[in-house]
Design a binder for this molecule. Structure first.
Ligand SMILES: Nc1ncnc2c1ncn2[C@@H]1O[C@H](COP(=O)(O)OP(=O)(O)O)[C@@H](O)[C@H]1O
Ligand SMILES: N[C@@H](CCC(=O)OP(=O)(O)O)C(=O)O
Length: 372
């Protein structure tokens, strides 16, 4: 088995808090220098690399002399703001020693949920890569509140992978990769060398965070791989403490767990629809409409809707659920909630007589809808 990284041109590398801060003991400058030198090696091979780095909160706690992680969000945000300074300073120094420039990019979920800001973030990142600059990305913790957070940087790494249509996502952590159970708790857990991203059995193997500073654990990495696969990217989960891990992967050495993308990549706009929208309500579809949307890829017509939940405006994102309540699709609605309540269960030709005007014939057009 050869690592997919060998043939990957554009790569997102994510490093977790436990690695970056030496399990919360303070920035691991030696590790940062190693990764910088390996990323420089990758760029010399013609690859483009984006780094998603955690560690701001853990480093902030250390700098502020706080022994325990506070619960209050504003204190965590303050710690992140302090720690982020240390983080970017350390990366800038480490990459400068390799002759590479860095750029700090802080993102929130809202930035990616807004189509214009999403496209701006995409073109900025691609411009930086063309300029041979290494973008260093983290969540903008200072402004992100709980409802709008990515929550963990594994998710952020996957969304950045989709955003720039990278070929691969490498998640560096404190384990060799994925085991059949958390190796900290199960000494007999077996190593998983390769699997398909999105295989539901992987989610049963993965547990929560292993250290006091990591947040997501293995489960967020497995879900990140599933998301990255939506744009056709493979994910490698490997140990960031392994010598020359990135260069060896680029040589083709099969280290870590490789999660291959099986599905055909979704079109960029559909990926954005699937991942970045905050839902404003739900439409309950009848059996026939749910089947047509999922299996035939058709638009959703008002006649197939049996119930409307929530208050929303034209253009907002809605979940479409089948009669059993399972989400089958999501998309951008052409009518407000009040209008939708009036036209649901009616044929398209009746829209004009009910509303007094005729907008689009579909409630959600197939181009603005994605099955989930
Ligand atoms: N099936 C599994 N295989 C490997 N590690 C697992 C598994 N389930 C849970 N873990 C835990 O996930 C931890 C890595 O996640 P986390 O602590 O969030 O690190 P990071 O800061 O790198 O994101 C490991 O240290 C390990 O204890
Ligand atoms: N934005 C936060 C990220 C926290 C986080 O997701 O950490 P991890 O699980 O170690 O990747 C920080 O920099 O502290």
């Amino acid at each position: 088995m050869q690592s997919v990284i060998h043939a990957s041109q554009r790569i997102v590398v994510k490093v977790g808090s436990s690695l970056v801060t030496n399990d919360g003991k303070g920035l691991d400058h030696a590790a940062l220098s190693r990764w910088a030198s390996e990323i420089a090696d990758l760029t010399r091979r013609g690859k483009q690399v984006v780094l998603v780095s955690s560690g701001a909160i853990a480093e902030g706690l250390q700098r502020l002399g706080w022994a325990t992680r506070p619960k209050a969000v504003h204190e965590l945000q303050a710690a992140a703001a302090v720690g982020q300074m240390g983080l970017v300073q350390a990366y800038e120094t480490a990459f400068r020693a390799e002759g590479l420039k860095t750029a700090q990019v802080l993102l929130t979920h809202e930035d990616l949920a807004d189509r214009t800001r999403y496209l701006n973030a995409r073109s900025t990142l691609i411009t930086l890569l063309k300029l041979n600059v290494v973008p260093i990305i983290n969540e903008n913790d200072t402004v992100a509140t709980s409802e709008i957070r990515f929550g963990d940087n594994d998710t952020l790494g996957a969304l950045v992978t989709n955003l720039i249509e990278a070929d691969a996502l490498i998640i560096l952590t404190d384990q060799q990769g994925l085991y059949t159970a958390d190796p900290r708790k199960h000494a007999d857990a077996e190593f998983v060398h390769e699997a398909q991203a999105g295989d539901p059995r992987l989610e049963d193997m993965a547990g929560g965070a292993g250290s006091s500073v990591g947040t997501g654990g293995m489960i967020t990495k497995i879900i990140a791989a599933k998301r990255a696969a939506r744009s056709g990217a493979a994910t490698v989960i490997a140990c960031g403490r392994e010598a020359n891990v990135l260069s060896r992967l680029a040589d083709g050495e099969a280290i870590g767990t490789q999660l291959i993308a099986a599905d055909t990549p979704l079109l960029a706009r559909k990926q954005w629809l699937a991942d970045h929208l905050q839902l404003a309500g739900r439409l309950v579809l009848d059996e026939g409409a749910a089947h047509a949307v999922v299996h035939k890829g058709t638009s959703l017509l008002p006649i197939g809707v049996v119930a409307v939940e929530g208050e929303f405006l034209r253009g907002e994102a809605l979940a479409c659920v089948d009669p059993q309540g399972h989400e089958v699709a999501r998309g951008l609605v052409n009518y407000s909630s009040d209008e939708t309540r009036l036209i649901m269960r009616h044929a398209t030709r009746e829209i004009e007589s009910i509303l007094g005007y005729m907008g689009e014939p579909e409630l959600i057009h197939r181009d603005n809808m994605v099955s989930v």
